[in-house]
Ligand binder design. Structure first.
Ligand code: NAP
Length: 315
């Protein structure tokens, strides 16, 4: 083993620390592979030493980010080198009738963190979504494509992006699934185990993102602090039906496990309109010299393999 340079750990403040991505980010930045991770995936070809980062995770319980003064104080007191903002109002359908609360977090708190970061010379990395797009492009979205959110959640995230400083880093991700998060794969797995069947839409196309792979990608961005918008998602495009059918096959179920339906078949109709095609191109990521995230089937397989080992996230 070569000697490691005697540098101070990078101080990283993580908001949304008890959320689906947050729990995997805390593990990853502490040099521990979270459940579902592929420890060999090192996009920048360097492992994470357990003393590379000094990580402080803040949960909603610790700090309400809609309290501007408290948030600014917390940043000033902790003096991070990098802030990773994972906190968000993520209930896409509920946001349609709760827009004020959604904007307060996704837009207001993002602006507060950007300003607070700049006051202490920290770099902000904040997470956005494929739902900033309307899905009409017909091919994978790149970072500078025109946005046109179809729902309140997407609009609140886009408004947050626009309030960031030009040197902040904005990470757009999509269809996030973590072993310890609330996501549709757990429901699919339960149904598969109990002999039931599932129906999923086959007319919404997107990109799956394993929370553990996103967490590892965030290490790369924390090291590089590139600024600007970056799309981060697992490789390959899919539909919700394909995800369900693939998960069923991994879990030993036959072709009759998942049935394809159309969005118009959903009853009741979801409150929020979703884009029909919002897959994210990670070409910019690869052109930066970083290894593409693993293929989505590989990620889903890891999640299904490790979910039996999970401990429930408590907030
Ligand atoms: N999940 C996806 O499919 C997906 C897709 C695209 C982008 N993203 C983005 O990825 C990021 C991480 O998502 P996730 O899946 O980890 O979401 P998550 O599991 O819902 O976690 C979000 C966390 O933010 C916290 N939070 C909410 N309001 C807060 C406030 N006012 N102050 C402090 N904390 C607050 C929540 O705490 P409480 O639960 O206690 O309120 C929760 O722990 C978010 O920016 C999300 O918008 C997610």
């Amino acid at each position: 083993m070569g000697e490691r340079p005697l540098t101070k750990p990078t101080r990283v403040l993580v908001t949304g620390a008890a959320g689906q991505v947050g729990v995997d980010v805390l593990d990853t930045f502490r040099g521990v592979a979270p459940l579902g991770a592929d420890p060999s995936y090192e996009p920048d070809r360097a492992g994470v030493a357990d003393d590379e980062f000094d990580v402080l995770g803040l949960t909603h319980h610790d700090l309400d980010l809609t309290d501007r003064d408290a948030t600014t104080r917390a940043v000033a007191l902790t003096r991070p080198d990098v802030i990773i903002n994972l906190a968000a109002y993520t209930q896409v359908d509920r946001a349609e009738t709760d827009a004020g609360a959604c904007y307060a977090v996704n837009t207001g708190a993002t602006e507060t963190l950007s300003l607070a970061a700049h006051e202490v010379g920290a770099h902000l990395i904040t997470i956005s979504t494929d739902y900033v797009f309307d899905g009409t492009k017909g091919s994978a979205y790149v970072e500078n494509d025109a946005t046109n959110p179809l729902n309140v959640y997407g609009a609140s995230k886009r408004a947050g992006e626009l309030l960031c400083a030009s040197d902040d880093t904005i990470v757009r991700t999509s269809w996030v699934m973590g072993v310890r998060g609330k996501n549709v794969l757990h429901a699919i797995a339960q149904r598969a185990a109990s002999g039931e069947t599932v129906r999923f839409v086959n007319d919404q196309t997107g990109t799956v993102t394993l929370a553990s792979d996103l967490a590892r990608a965030l290490v790369t961005l924390t090291r590089a602090r590139p600024g600007g918008i970056w799309h981060v998602a697992n490789s390959g495009t899919t539909t919700w039906f394909e995800v369900a059918a693939f998960a069923g096959s991994v879990l030993g179920r036959g072709d009759d496990f998942a049935t394809a339906i159309s969005t118009s078949d959903l009853e009741p109709a979801p409150l929020a309109t979703r884009p029909f095609r919002s897959d994210l191109s990670t070409q910019k990521w690869v052109e930066a010299g970083w290894l593409a995230l693993p293929e989505w089937r590989d990620g889903v397989t890891r999640l299904l393999r490790d979910r039996a080992l999970r401990t429930e996230v408590s907030t």
